[in-house]
Structures are given as C-alpha cells and as structure tokens.
Write a protein that binds this ligand. Structure first.
Ligand code: ATP
Ligand code: MG
Length: 177
C-alpha cells in the first residue's frame, strides 16, 4: 500500500511544525486563495473548515461571508458520505462527538451553483493528483461536481513528485500551496 506509506511520510513532515507555525504558514496561502480570480468571481464557494494540521481556513470562511458569498462546508456522515451545509458564522459551528467543528446551517443540495471548490489533501502532485486521508469521501462526493473548478490546498512540504492514482481518484484543476 504505497498510499499508506506516503500518508505516514506526510504526517511525519507535519510533526516538524507546531500548530502555531502551521497557522502562520497558512496566511500567505489563504491570501493567494482570496486573490484567486475563480474565488473572487464566485457567488458560491465550497470551502472546508480546517483541522489543526491543515491550512487554516477559519478566517477565510468569515472573509468570504463578509464579501456576501454563499460559503459551503462539508459534513462527513460516516454511512452516507459527505453532505454540504451553509456556513453562517462561527456561532453556528458545533463540536461533533469527535470534537470536530461542524456547521449547523441549512443543508445545501443545489450542486450546480458551486463554481469553485477548495479541497484539502494529505498531498498533491504537480498534475493535480490528490492523496486524501484514505476514506474516499471527497472522491465519492466530487464525482457529483463535474463542472466545479477544483483547487487543492496544502502546505508546500506536503507536495510530492508523484501521487499514486486509482480509478476513483478525482484530480484537481490546480493546487495552491
Ligand atoms: N467513487 C468511489 N466509489 C467507490 N469507492 C470509492 C470511490 N472513491 C474512493 N473509493 C474508495 O475509498 C477508499 C479510499 O480511497 P483513497 O485511498 O483514494 O482515499 P483518499 O482519496 O486518499 O481519501 P479521501 O478521498 O477520503 O480524502 C478506496 O477503497 C477507494 O476505492
Ligand atoms: Mg482518493
């Protein structure tokens, strides 16, 4: 299982940094995302609400809201895959049973409205191939968004020369790090 080995390698690289250092390193990445024409032009953006070891998107979610955009966040339903909910501000986030913050906003199902998606990953290569956490949630979900422009996001040190690709893996249109 090459993918498993690569996830271990990325986790090892992440451990070289403190949470604070990762937050600091997130700032220029988020600045690039906010300046990205696809995001500036979008009315509806699918984002993710970062975990402590991911590029920090918490302020970005608020900034997009402030700009009047519809911000969508994924919620993982262990048996039913991923669902989307509207982000309605920090006060609308609730801790789930695993202490992961999830949105309590209205479910969102009008996928055709989503012009751009910002997608986290364990790793990406230069061709946009993505390595996720290994459960296939994003791959299954992104199959339903064939017309959405997909931007993979990670820290520089998460990029690999080549990410192994399976038949179900959905590639990104671009990677920002
Ligand atoms: N569209 C799909 N239909 C059925 N099974 C899928 C689909 N996409 C992925 N899977 C399965 O999910 C499992 C995990 O896939 P993979 O190793 O590619 O995860 P990942 O892309 O790293 O993680 P994730 O997508 O959750 O971030 C694999 O067994 C894969 O075959
Ligand atoms: Mg995959």
């Amino acid at each position: 299982m090459l993918k498993k080995k690569l996830r271990e390698e990325i986790r090892r690289r992440k451990r070289q940094f403190t949470r604070e250092q990762l937050r600091e390193r997130s700032l220029p990445i988020v600045a690039r995302l906010l300046a990205h024409p696809r995001i500036r032009e979008a009315e509806t953006v699918l984002l993710y609400y970062s975990l402590p070891d991911e590029v920090d998107t918490h302020n970005m979610a608020d900034e997009l809201l402030r700009q009047g955009k519809t911000v969508l966040l994924p919620v993982v339903m262990p048996r039913c895959g991923m669902q989307l909910r509207r982000y309605e501000g920090r006060g609308s986030m609730r801790e789930d049973e695993f202490h992961i913050l999830e949105p309590t906003g209205k479910p969102f199902t009008d996928y055709a409205q989503i012009s751009v998606a910002v997608i986290p990953g364990m790793s990406f290569d230069a061709r946009g191939n993505r390595l996720g956490r290994g459960k296939g949630y994003y791959d299954r979900f992104l199959k339903q968004l064939p017309h959405t422009y997909k931007i993979g996001v990670c820290f520089d040190f998460q990029r690999l020369e080549q990410v192994p690709v399976g038949a179900n893996d959905i590639p990104m249109d671009e990677v920002v790090s």
